[in-house]
Design a protein around this ligand. Structure first.
Ligand code: BGC
Length: 706
């Protein structure tokens, strides 16, 4: 064990502040004269700073990590190992479906497995810490980062955040094959106004506590070692300098004693937010809020000395932040073994190994959502002529922006996935030639969607429709009256326009990861049953954004799913309800629910009610239903959402099989932040819904007495 206090006492102020600086991996590529490049993101860094910095962002590969760590241990003043951090979001080299897709499996254990494999690969490649999970609840399909979130529900979001942390960290992030997790972006980043990335957010404290904070807290409860600040301002105060968020809530109420890192260059950006007059004030505000590591910008390094001289900051405050960083290094075991899991041989063996690819394929089949099927899927062997067309027909670039070290050439395209399993002709793209092929064929697999650049960070869109070229092509294809099976790649819920009415089937595959094409083939051919369910609502059109299932009621509710009548909440030119609701997804079979029943119609504190249904597979194939329990509190000191997901279970039934399904309802499940800000339940009437998605009408009522 290193005596960290003794170590800190030997460090100069400058050396201490450099522990709080995170540089980038590219910086360490020397120029011809052997000097480091001296510049990251346009910020000047000299060799002294680079060799004494505390951590590095985005270095890739075991050899590079070992080389850099060795050189650092030689050149740095106190031989304090560097921490290597990276965005290992949903895979390191073997890429799994993007987080939103993972959530659509409704199986947190799959996110855990994906994170575990990602941790193994990344650790062997020299990474110590991942900037994941992103626990930001998101409701606006325009926001590009919905693809990195788990969707619009606080319960699912929490379950998936927790599971990801468990996968990344295992029992101990010190283990050679585990990473430390960093939950981000604290807090409320997903609520960017207008869905425009980095934009401001206004979230009442009750809403923040009810829908947003629990998701970050869940990751911390699972042991996440680090927290990242968010770019946005929250109710006027930029998160990266927000003392209330980090001081009062994170470190106060939640007693988090780990490291907080700023988002990339976010401390310097406090000036642009109009929250600090200059970089020094920005540094002061971030430090006072409790932000330890400054990612990439250098306001701490340049400002701390003078802030201390002016008496605005004490050296003790710096020591506290440095101590947290050193303790983190200790937690990772770096003082004993600065290379941790970095191992070029193991890296070579593990990255993209068969086992990891198989896991990516299996998991991807669980994440795709079948939005429509007029009995055309699964594809049957026949003598019909099959064509695969569209920009994703034979396109290997099927990874979203957070692909880490994943590469298109590692991926399986749709045509490759179907190769040898089906007779077909494929033309990639939306050309006249592709349309000719459509004319000459009977069944069309139309593989289309957004490009990866249209979502993820800084990938917000003002229109969530198909890109123009694809829209035109789709219309031309649909006009030919062929059987059309759309396979849609996307980083968000999209407005699929005519496809909704005219395609015969729609399989939504998000960005499915390295094994995408194989997984798509498994589903199209019926070797796997589709079982994904949406964890984010699909708007009818962009104008409905943001739309989410657990909205508050209005005094003028819309009664019908199809139409909005005047003087009811809604639009004169669009329906009020989403195209596909939260929880929605089809299978290749049919399920029937019996009427929802409650074991009693009153509930007192300490008791529970059993809510039950019988589920039957009345279709022609086995299948998995995700049975969902929603509750509505009919009246409260503040209005309560029209539905809230409270529980769910995945049930696999064979043809003709029936099963009784029950859920326990307790008083704790009915608690919320009341008008006075207390977290408690209020007596009154509650409606319980059990069904296949957030629009199910199978309900029963009870009263709560407390
Ligand atoms: C993103 C973070 C990410 C960081 C480091 C930022 O721009 O907002 O989510 O972890 O970059 O790459």
């Amino acid at each position: 064990m290193v005596d960290l206090e003794a170590l800190i006492s030997k460090m100069s102020l400058e050396e201490k502040v450099l522990q709080l600086l995170q540089t980038t991996g590219e910086l360490y590529n020397p120029d011809e004269s052997g000097k480091l490049m001296g510049n990251m993101f346009g910020i000047e860094i000299d060799d002294y700073m680079a060799w004494n910095a505390g951590s590095v962002l985005g270095l890739e590969g075991a050899e590079a990590a070992i080389r850099l760590q060795n050189e650092h241990m030689e050149k740095s003043a106190h031989k304090i190992p560097l921490m290597f951090m990276h965005d290992v979001i949903h895979g390191y080299r073997t890429i799994f479906p993007a987080p939103l897709a993972l959530a659509c499996s409704w199986q947190p254990e799959l996110a855990e497995k994906a994170s575990l494999i990602a941790a193994k690969e990344a650790s062997a490649a020299g990474t110590h810490v991942t900037f994941a999970p992103m626990a930001d609840l998101s409701r606006d399909a325009r926001w590009g980062r919905v693809i990195e979130s788990f969707g619009e529900d606080v319960m699912l979001n929490s379950l998936f955040s927790e599971a990801s942390v468990r996968g990344f960290q295992g029992d101990d992030p010190k283990e050679k094959d585990q990473l430390a997790a960093c939950v981000k972006h604290f807090a409320g980043y997903g609520m960017a106004e207008g869905g425009r990335d980095y934009n401001t957010t206004e979230i009442s404290e009750n809403a923040l506590r009810e829908y947003h904070l629990p998701t970050y807290k869940a990751a911390l409860n699972a042991g996440s070692k680090m927290v990242m600040t968010a770019f946005n301002a929250l109710n006027g105060v930029p998160c990266t300098g927000n003392k209330w968020l980090f001081g009062d809530i994170l470190r106060g109420e939640w007693e988090f004693d780990g490291v907080v890192i700023s988002d990339c260059t976010a401390i310097g950006e406090l000036v642009l937010h109009g929250f600090a007059d200059d970089n020094d004030e920005a540094a002061l505000k971030a430090l006072k809020a409790g932000v330890d590591i400054e990612m990439v910008s250098t306001t701490y390094y340049r400002g701390v000395k003078s802030l201390i001289e002016q008496g605005l900051l004490s050296e003790d405050e710096i020591d506290t932040a440095v101590m947290r960083v050193l303790q983190f290094k200790e937690t990772l075991g770096l003082f004993d073994n600065p290379h941790k899991g970095a191992d070029p041989k193991l890296e070579e063996q593990l990255l993209l190994c068969r086992e990891h690819r198989d896991a990516a394929r299996n998991i991807a089949t669980e994440c795709m959502v079948l939005l429509k099927n007029e009995s055309v899927l699964p594809l049957r062997k026949s003598d019909k002529k099959i064509a695969i067309v569209g920009n994703y027909a034979d396109n290997k670039d099927i990874l979203d922006i957070w692909r880490c070290t994943g590469k298109p050439e590692d991926c399986i395209s749709v045509a490759e996935g179907l190769q040898g399993k089906l007779e077909f002709n494929a033309i990639n793209g939306c050309s006249d030639e592709a349309l000719e092929l459509v004319r000459a064929s009977d069944v069309i697999i139309l593989a289309i969607g957004e490009t990866p650049e249209m979502s993820a960070e800084a990938g917000s869109r003002a229109s969530i429709e198909l890109p123009e070229e694809e829209k035109r092509f789709t219309e031309s294809v649909l006009q030919l009256g062929k059987q059309v099976i759309a396979v849609v790649f996307a980083g968000r819920p999209m407005d699929l326009g005519m496809l909704n009415e005219k395609a015969n089937a729609i399989l939504y595959v998000w960005f499915p990861g390295t094994e995408g094409g194989n997984a798509i083939a498994d589903i199209l051919l019926g070797e796997k049953e589709p079982s994904g369910r949406l964890t984010i609502s699909f708007p009818v059109s962009t104008g409905q954004c943001p739309i989410y299932y657990n909205a508050l009621p209005t005094g003028r509710p819309t009664e019908s799913l199809e139409e909005s009548t005047r003087f009811r909440t809604g639009y004169v030119d669009a329906p009020t309800f989403p195209r596909y609701p939260f929880g929605y997804g089809l299978t290749y079979t049919d399920f029937t629910y019996s009427a929802a029943e409650l074991s009693k119609d009153t509930l007192c504190k300490g008791e529970s009610i059993t809510a039950s249904i019988t589920l039957a597979n009345t279709g022609k194939r086995p299948g998995t239903e995700v049975v969902q329990l929603y509750i509505r509190d009919m009246a409260g000191s503040v209005s309560r959402p029209i539905r809230e997901l409270k529980d769910f279970t995945r049930v696999k039934l064979n043809v003709g099989e029936k099963r009784a399904i029950s859920f326990e309802i307790t008083e704790e499940m009915l608690r919320f932040y009341t008008l006075s800000g207390e977290y408690k339940s209020e007596p009154g009437r509650f409606k319980v819904f059990i069904g296949e998605n957030a629009h199910c009408e199978n309900s029963a009522e009870f009263r709560l007495f407390i």
